[in-house]
Design a protein around this ligand. Structure first.
Ligand SMILES: [Zn+2]
Length: 156
């Protein structure tokens, strides 16, 4: 019997399948990542040591991070977020209420730790809104206290 080393590099095919199965590279997040990359920004992904495992992290001097939230799962106050499945509506409502509470806890904890956080919603990712999104991201990353950002509790 041969034991496979658990840390051996997966085959390209297996990597592709794992990427498809894992939820981290969701399409809304990829839109934001590609846009940031095209704007010349470099970042870290999914810092699991931070509250909420933020999708996109700018460590160091900037100390900023971005969550890309699906409107339904995170209970956005928009048409898409208001859509509720007809079946098990109560189940989904309470589940999403828990998600909203957890997101708020994460943002508060990050703020306590001196991070500025920006939440980008799925409904902000329409192609026709791309210039506005680009401007929002640039303002967040370049300005000291951009609109929509959660200011840090104290500068370090
Ligand atoms: Zn929305």
């Amino acid at each position: 019997m041969t034991l496979k080393k658990p840390d051996s590099a997966p085959s390209p095919e297996r990597s592709r399948v794992m990427r498809a199965v894992r939820s981290v590279d969701t399409r809304p997040e990829m839109i934001v990542r590609r846009l940031l990359h095209a704007m010349g920004y470099r970042y870290r992904l999914h810092r699991r040591d931070l509250p909420g495992a933020p999708d996109i992290v700018f460590p160091g001097r900037r100390r900023k991070l971005i969550f890309v939230h699906g409107c339904f799962w995170h209970g956005h106050d928009c048409a898409r977020g208001a859509r509720m499945p007809a079946a098990n509506a109560d189940y989904w409502r309470s589940k999403i209420a828990r998600n909203i509470a957890r997101d708020a806890d994460h943002l508060a904890a990050l703020r306590q730790a001196g991070w500025q956080a920006l939440v980008i919603w799925e409904c902000q990712l329409k192609v026709r809104d791309r210039p506005a999104l680009t401007a929002l991201l640039r303002a967040f990353l370049e300005d000291a206290a951009p609109p929509g950002a959660i200011p840090p509790a104290g500068e370090t």
